[in-house]
Design a protein. Structure first.
Length: 500
């Protein structure tokens, strides 16, 4: 992502190595992910038709992505008809420029934000700050991250890596520098922490003239945007400011309200394990602010930033079905141990491992390492409410990293160079390919391996040592299968042939 937040991150193995050694982080993550995953399993088990809902969600998303060009135009017409303005942003820089200019045009120097992954993806806060505009996060977890000068580490619970004691310390130390200070003698009880955040944020809500949001969904037929949330901060951001600017990835589209119905059932159960979201805010265009709640000026910035390129990949495009429920993070054994920061992106966990390398390309060290940030156990696929086969995309991207090959960048086909560090693997695969293509060579190789089997090392040498240290290498049999077959079954069938 072009925002400065994650620039210079080391590749996943190094970043994860550091995180794995942090026992507090591991304890926080284990407790949080296990709690959420167990609740989710119970919430999903309540529905007899979960499998049908999952299949329907997948179908709706695939259909929409196949006809995205048509539905985006329909959405634009609907938004304009309802009084809004639509802007198209090809990449992060363009989106940041559009939003910054829109805020400047209002004459305001501060904005309130409802949690939005798209604006984090493009580094909007940093871009606004560079122009002297302060962006205040209003989601409780995002507030903790912002006050702690930290980075989000989970899609749904961005401060999952913090415990209550750490949050208390951040509030007590930092709130005064951003507005209303934390109350004297603040403790780490959830009610007191929530009250401190409420008081701190309320003055910002009541003062703000500009709100910035993302959206969970956009409905093409009416131009309606939807935000689902648990705290009510989103409702305040969406209804109080006179100007609302929504930055939304182009894949967040559904054609009709009937399609939306599917996701309003699957998203809350998959994410917060609730039967429905506490707050589901929907807005269509503008309102007359003298007589009704809601913005009198509304801008929708439709963000591409690598999504069209992702759509061009037949295997990888399924990542665009994602509804950001975070269920795959909570069941992932790698995420549970490494935490979200190791993924070097606003999208951590299994979905981040397939989405970031597609949105950003696999040329950087961190992006080339992400498809390997998985044990391929398949737990992510099992829980995904839109049935994204994450292991399939991971293997596909690994192939791209090792082999290079064709990909689409900025709408143009490009040949990618193989990533560095896979020379031995490539040589081994090439050699295997040559041998398997020649039956005579394969037979000679198998006989040689059988005859020399007592000399075989128990672990691989060089870079393969770490890999084989925790795995048992298969034992080579004393006689290759083909020879055994010929000696036994082959001889028998020959005998049968003679009898006949
Ligand atoms: S990939 Fe599936 S499980 Fe993971 S966040 Fe997206 S929708 Fe949820």
């Amino acid at each position: 992502m072009s925002g400065g937040t994650f620039v210079g991150m080391p590749a996943f193995p190094e970043a994860a190595h550091e995180a794995v050694g942090n026992t507090t982080l591991r304890a926080n993550l284990r407790h949080a992910t296990h709690t959420i995953r167990d609740k989710r399993a119970r919430a999903v088990a309540e529905l007899d038709d979960w499998a049908e809902l999952r299949a329907a969600g997948r179908r709706v998303k695939d259909h929409t992505l196949r006809h995205l060009d048509r539905y985006l135009v329909q959405l634009e017409e609907s938004v304009v008809r309802a009084g809004g303005t639509v802007h198209w942003a090809a990449d992060a820089d363009e989106a940041n420029r559009i939003v910054t200019d829109l805020v400047k045009a209002t004459g305001e120097s501060e904005v309130v934000k409802v949690k939005s992954m798209a604006t984090q993806e493009i580094g909007l806060n940093e871009a606004l700050e560079a122009e002297g505009i302060h962006a205040y996060e209003t989601d409780l977890a995002e507030l903790i991250v912002q006050l702690g000068r930290d980075r989000p580490s989970h899609i749904l619970v961005p401060a999952i890596h913090r415990n209550r004691g750490e949050i208390r310390d951040i509030f007590a130390k930092e709130m005064a520098g951003w507005g209303r200070p934390a109350p004297e003698g603040l403790t780490d009880t959830p009610a007191e922490l929530a009250e401190a955040a409420r008081l701190h944020l309320r003055e910002k809500f009541l003062r703000a003239k500009v709100g910035i949001s993302g959206a969970n969904f956009m409905v093409a037929e009416t131009g309606t945007l939807v935000v689902v949330e648990s705290e009510g901060n989103g409702r305040m951001c969406l209804t109080l400011p006179e100007t609302l600017i929504s930055v939304v990835g182009i894949e967040k589209l559904v054609p009709t309200w009937r399609d939306l119905e599917v996701f309003l059932q699957t998203l809350p159960r998959s994410s917060t394990a609730e039967r429905m979201n506490p707050y589901t805010s929907m807005w269509t265009g503008t309102t007359d602010s003298d007589t009704a709640d809601g913005p009198s000026t509304f801008h929708l910035v439709l963000l591409d930033n690598g999504r069209t390129d992702t759509l061009a990949d037949e295997v990888g495009r399924q990542a665009l079905r994602c509804i950001r429920c975070s269920a795959c993070l909570n069941v992932c054994p790698v995420y549970e141990r490494a935490g979200g920061h190791a993924y070097g992106s606003v999208y951590p966990g299994p979905i981040g491992a397939i989405l970031s390398p597609q949105l950003r390309g696999t040329q950087s060290e961190i992006d080339a390492s992400l498809p390997y940030a998985s044990s391929l156990c398949g737990a992510c696929y099992e829980v995904c409410p839109v049935a994204i086969d994450i292991p399939e995309v991971l293997v596909h991207l690994r192939e791209r990293v090792v082999q290079g090959g064709e990909a689409t960048r900025h709408g143009t086909k490009v040949m990618l160079k193989p990533a560095k560090g896979h020379a031995a693997e490539r040589a081994a695969m090439r050699a295997a390919g040559l041998v398997f293509a020649r039956p005579g060579a394969l037979r000679a190789g198998q006989r040689l391996a059988s005859r020399t089997r007592r000399l075989h090392p128990r672990t691989l040498p060089g870079p393969g040592r770490a890999w084989s240290a925790t795995r048992e290498l298969p034992k080579v049999p004393a006689e290759p299968f083909r020879d055994w077959w010929q000696r036994t079954q082959g001889a028998r069938s020959k005998g049968k042939g003679n009898d006949a």
